[in-house]
Design a binder for this molecule. Structure first.
Ligand SMILES: [Zn+2]
Length: 213
């Protein structure tokens, strides 16, 4: 299938291209739950933590995101800009809260995502155009999770203990939980067959190749 986009894959020599596709396919052998747990375990603050506990946090954060009602957010409307040069930074989209809530969509990375999905036979999971919708939903989730009430709700859902004083139990902020929640929200909104974490990891491999060429 031909995809109008970066034509990045076609520009690679046959050997690099085969190598990239093989590595991407081996990523897909991990379940979405495994990918989420790995993502959290890779955060430096979680180094050395119990793997079962980190997996549980990842599961809870993802479940929270999958049920997130961003429409109910009373925040200000988002401004949306399109730009290029996302590949070097491996960015599909970016949210910034100041001066006004804004989403930047990186069209070069979105085009590569479509190209890679088509080449890998992953369009059933990530249909053309759906990644853009997912990227928007992902950033909208970040915007929502920026609000104090949503932050507290996520913390309660992940339920990681920071310690106790007497009968009072304190909840810890789990680094990376908001990212997993945003991915799960995006997957539901864009009706993706697999977690966007899989496509992000595949794009990461492609970006490594771009940098080394
Ligand atoms: Zn994010």
């Amino acid at each position: 299938m031909t995809v109008a986009g970066t034509a990045f894959l076609r520009s690679l020599d046959a050997r690099s291209r085969r190598g990239l596709l093989r590595e991407c396919r081996s990523l897909a052998e991990s379940s979405d739950g495994d990918l989420a747990a790995e993502f959290l375990a890779e955060q430096p603050t979680h180094a050395g933590r119990d793997a079962g506990l980190v997996r549980l946090w990842a599961q809870r954060a993802s479940e929270f995101g999958a049920h997130l009602d961003v429409e109910a957010s009373s925040g200000p409307p988002l401004r949306v800009f399109e730009r290029t040069n996302g590949l070097g930074q491996l960015l599909l989209a970016r949210f910034s809260s100041r001066p006004v809530p804004t989403v930047e969509l990186y069209t070069d990375t979105l085009a590569l995502a479509d190209e890679l999905s088509a080449e890998l036979g992953w369009l059933e999971w990530f249909p053309l155009g759906a990644v853009r919708q997912a990227a928007m939903a992902h950033e909208q989730a970040h915007c929502h999770l920026h609000q104090q009430r949503a932050k507290r709700e996520l913390k309660r859902a992940v339920d990681a203990s920071a310690g106790r004083i007497g009968r009072l139990r304190f909840l810890a902020h789990v680094v990376g939980a908001d990212e997993l929640a945003a991915h799960a929200h995006a997957q539901r909104v864009a009706q993706l067959g697999r977690s966007p974490l899989l496509l992000s990891a595949a794009l990461g491999l492609a970006a490594d190749l771009i940098r080394s060429n």
